[in-house]
Design a protein around this ligand. Sequence first.
Ligand code: GAR
Length: 215
Amino acid sequence: MRKTILGVLVSGRGSNLQAILDAINADRLNAKIGVVICDNPDANALRKVAGTGIPTAVIERRNFAAKQDFEAAVIAQLDLHHVELVVLAGFMRILSPRFINRFPARIMNIHPALLPAFPGLDAQKQAIEYGVKVSGATVHFVDEGMDSGPIILQEAVPVETEDTVASLSERILHLEHRLYVRAIRLYCEGRISIDGRAVKILPPRQKPKEEGELH
Ligand code: GAR
């Protein structure tokens, strides 16, 4: 089966990128990373792909006068590598409506909370400070709002009384790695349909019957 080409956008640590790479290498994801784009030359994420042969592009916002020009450079890289699905993996920038409309229902993001609770920065800190008993992770399509696009998958973790931001973040991160790979796999398998805000997960496709097989 043809592999879906991913463009992974990162800014920092790169653990979700690593989880995606691991899934691809273990044949758990029928995808190929066409390019990793990073807006931070010092990001650890760049080390995750060093020596893998995966193309990387470091595109820093400060090298462009306008956001639009920065985004045009990102889009040029995505196009150059024929990216089909844009995967935001700890990419700490808000994309403009223009960028988003360029890839309709083809940009995914992972967020470390059960949206619509705690959007934006420091979601785990927001959860601890609010005193919720359950938090989790959300994979969603990106729309023009802040972490507000149609939700693809969510999973919860408990928040314990003794939790700190660090311990909760770690628990959620384990979950993120599994959840993001699952969502990307669903996309690659053509099993996601969107109707307004509602994302439907379709059943696995039947394998076409072999010639001569009984019907
Ligand atoms: C992850 O926890 C991800 O959910 C979060 O940044 C971290 C990146 O970690 N993203 C956001 O908060 C986006 N609003 P990673 O670089 O190790 O994948």
